[in-house]
Ligand binder design. Sequence first.
Ligand code: DC
Length: 223
Amino acid sequence: MTKNWVIAIDGYSSTGKSSISKVIAKRLGLIHMDTGALYRGITYYGLMHCLDNNDNLDLQQLILSLPRINLVFEKKDDELQLILNGNNIDKEIRQPIVSENVSQVAKLPEVRAFLLDTQRNIAKTGGVIMDGRDIGTIVLPNADYKFFLTASPDERAKRRHLELLGFGENISIEEVKKNLIDRDKIDSERDVAPLKQAEDAILIDNSDLTKEQTIELIISYIK
Ligand code: DC
């Protein structure tokens, strides 16, 4: 059985793309790359270094700062962790303040171009499963397998809320749902590389599936 597959998993926020991809990577001996983490890493840098006088993220300043940003993944305890200019920011990028700002950052063509090579270089040798929004359409259009995950907004909000409670974040489920819907809208309507299902992607609605059932379903397609 060859293990050099290139697998693209796209879809809406909180459909379980990353955690599902992580398990599939382990089972099939692939490297997993969570591309959303890269957009979150850039957003986190901006929130630390590129604020305007009102303490809002200054997108123009962030674009000018891109050459000063070095983002790499490092393996720790069998998982890839995101390192920004030498510092591990794997936890920081999950903070709600990052989630609230990341779609604005992911809309910027300069940011998307900046991250394209990083993503493609990792997939060059094959043996990779990459999850994001534009992997099947733009980053890896020739992927061997493409999946597009969706689930109802209520179900996704429930999952994300639980995850945030686990991180110790005190946030209401209504707030979580609003953030998800706002992000879906910005991600789907942006001009560059919008969130959309690739024509040759397999659509999976996992509103009524457990994580394990979703994993089994995806693996059943990979021959
Ligand atoms: O998967 P996530 O929630 O961590 O993604 C964070 C944001 O990054 C999300 O709002 C959309 C954006 N993103 C993107 O535009 N393209 C990708 N390949 C991955 C994520």
